[in-house]
Design a protein around this ligand. Structure first.
Ligand code: SF4
Ligand code: SF4
Length: 189
């Protein structure tokens, strides 16, 4: 398994981020500007913060929006419980999650779908190209985006057409709500 030193490193990165979030909340957003190079590095992989200042108000609004989700939406709150010592991710755990049988594109391609990003009104969507401005950054890898999805609950919440849990297909076959047309014909004959 993972060494203690790596787990300490991953936990430290997350704890420092959460401290920044707490300070940003307490200062009404001001702290994100005080820590501008850090913010820029976390979200855009670039210390040249002046290039990204235009996104900072959106990040502050998003912070309060996520807090509101946590408080008022039990479905959202129940989906996120990331251990501090878990490794950063660049994709879902393929032992548990697989591509949906209906998905026609490559694994690393979401086509034109941005359902999950739109659902939470993420300010890091590039709407012109349907891309993530924060792809593969520290924020992306250490928090919810890199490991998405981790559960069927998340897949359903974001109406994701690409992923499904291992075993879901079998579950569908056994569930009368998912009887295929062929099966329906057999039953009616
Ligand atoms: S993948 Fe990118 S655009 Fe989508 S929610 Fe995550 S950070 Fe935002
Ligand atoms: S909902 Fe699924 S297919 Fe759509 S952008 Fe998110 S991960 Fe990709």
């Amino acid at each position: 398994m993972y060494s203690m030193s790596r787990k300490i490193k991953w936990a430290s990165i997350r704890i420092f981020y959460y401290l920044n979030i707490a300070m940003t909340i307490l200062t009404g957003g001001l702290f994100i500007y005080i820590m501008a190079p850090y913010t820029s590095y976390m979200f855009f992989n670039d210390l040249a913060f002046w290039k990204y200042l235009k996104y900072y108000p959106g990040l502050i609004r998003q912070l309060y929006r996520i807090i509101a989700f946590w408080i008022f939406d039990p479905n959202y709150r129940g989906m996120y419980a990331q251990p501090l010592t878990s490794p950063p991710s660049i994709g879902p755990d393929r032992n548990k999650i697989k591509l949906s049988a209906e998905w026609q594109k490559e694994e690393n391609d979401c086509g034109n779908c941005i359902n999950c990003c739109i659902k939470i009104k993420c300010p890091l969507i590039d709407h012109d190209r349907n891309l993530c401005l924060s792809y593969n950054t520290v924020y992306w890898r250490y928090f919810s985006c890199g490991c998405y999805p981790v559960s069927q609950q998340q897949i359903d919440y974001y109406d994701c057409p690409k992923w499904e849990m291992e075993g879901k297909r079998l579950e569908k076959k056994l569930d009368p709500r998912y009887i295929s047309n062929a099966d329906t014909q057999k039953i009616s004959n």
